[in-house]
Ligand binder design. Structure first.
Ligand code: P6P
Length: 355
């Protein structure tokens, strides 16, 4: 590198190190309006929550009271990990006294949590899964946090949060944090998908990838094949197809965020289908599937519940579940083609045969 290049490289390096999350939001919005500043500040608070969670995860094996179960069961009927509780409280703490978020809906709380001191000013709701994939925490494998931001519509005086029971196109921002070899925050405010890496030496998330595009097709299919015999025949037919055709490879980490992160960068499809016993599937709509669907659509991918886009699904309840087929648009469409084929066959079988 010639001496002449030195200043440019240094300037670029400095500018890159200054491209923090809050600055990037304002750049993306090309605005310093009150709404832009709000969104920038909210993202900054989410980044703080991520840093606090990452710090605890990095020392979990050395500290008392971090790993293992609390002995309680959450609204989902799932055993609660100590890390689930800690992470949930971190998100609440970083938004108190923020004047930003009035209401918080979490996988770990049956009802939304209100922050009254924020409500006259902050009209935003944060929907989040504080630690996704917590079964991985005790074995030091990647876990994640998932978040979505919506405007609060109406006063919600009855506390039913009924305005949250709207489809995912009401989201104004969404993203996830993946706690892996590095901690990465991936987000979108509707202007593309962008990834930041936590630089521990700065204590800041620094821009790493801008305008990420998921490939139209990829080799990965990510699904828990242990559920094979619980699926509809259409999903079993899709799995038989990828087993019998070259160019596919299975990757399943048991933690949604890590599996989605792989597909965002390498292409392919993640599936958590419904089963005959639980047609609604396992994953939650409002704070898992809808935020990830927002991101993948922003990256040129797709997310389907099987017969409709995830972003068009209207939840009947705060903790509603949905089947999820998400990733490269060609691969999501291929899965849907097997579902459509089964539907056609079922319809044909119901037709009275011509005599
Ligand atoms: P299964 C983790 O518990 C989670 O909610 C997601 O992170 C993950 O994709 C899924 O459940 C794994 O579920 O039934 O394959 O263990």
């Amino acid at each position: 590198m010639s001496d002449a290049d030195q200043p440019f490289v240094q300037e670029y390096a400095l500018d890159r190190d200054c491209t923090t999350l809050s600055r990037h939001v304002l750049q993306q919005l090309h605005s310093f309006s009150a709404e832009a500043q709000d969104l920038s500040a909210i993202m900054n608070r989410i980044a703080l929550a991520a840093k606090l969670i990452a710090r605890r995860l990095s020392r979990a094996g050395l500290m008392e009271g971090v790993l293992g179960f609390t002995g309680g069961v959450n609204v989902q009927g799932e055993s609660v990990k100590k890390m689930d509780v800690y992470a949930n409280e971190v998100f609440i703490s970083v938004f108190k006294q923020s004047g930003l978020v009035c209401r918080m809906a979490s996988e770990e709380m049956e009802d939304p949590y209100y922050i009254p001191e924020n409500c006259p000013i902050g009209r935003y709701t944060l929907l989040y899964d504080p630690i996704d994939g917590s079964s991985n925490v005790d074995i030091n494998l990647n876990v994640g946090s998932i978040f979505a931001i919506r405007q609060q519509e109406g006063s919600d005086e009855d506390g039913t949060a009924s305005d949250l029971l709207q489809n995912g196109r009401k989201q104004i921002a969404a993203g996830y944090v993946v706690y892996g070899p590095s901690t990465m925050l991936v987000y979108s405010i509707g202007t593309g998908v962008h990834a930041f890496v936590l630089d521990p030496s700065l204590g800041e998330f620094i821009l790493a990838s801008e305008n990420i595009r998921v490939p139209d097709h990829g080799p990965i299919y990510s699904v828990n094949e242990g559920n094979f015999w619980q699926w509809e025949e259409s999903i079993r037919n899709y799995i038989r197809y990828v087993h019998r055709h070259e160019g596919y490879t299975a990757r399943y980490g048991g933690a949604l965020v890590g599996d989605i992160h792989r597909i965002l960068f390498q292409g392919g499809v993640f599936l958590y289908p419904g089963t005959v016993k639980k047609p609604e599937g396992k994953l939650r709509l409002l704070y898992e599937s809808a935020p990830l669907a927002f991101l993948l659509e922003q990256a040129g991918g797709r997310a389907s519940a099987g017969t409709q886009d995830i972003l068009d699904v209207v939840p009947k309840a705060l903790h509603a579940r949905t089947p999820l087929i998400i990733g490269s648009k060609d691969d999501v469409s291929l899965v849907e083609s097997f579902i459509k084929e089964q539907s056609r066959e079922q319809t044909a079988n119901r037709q009275p045969s011509a005599v």
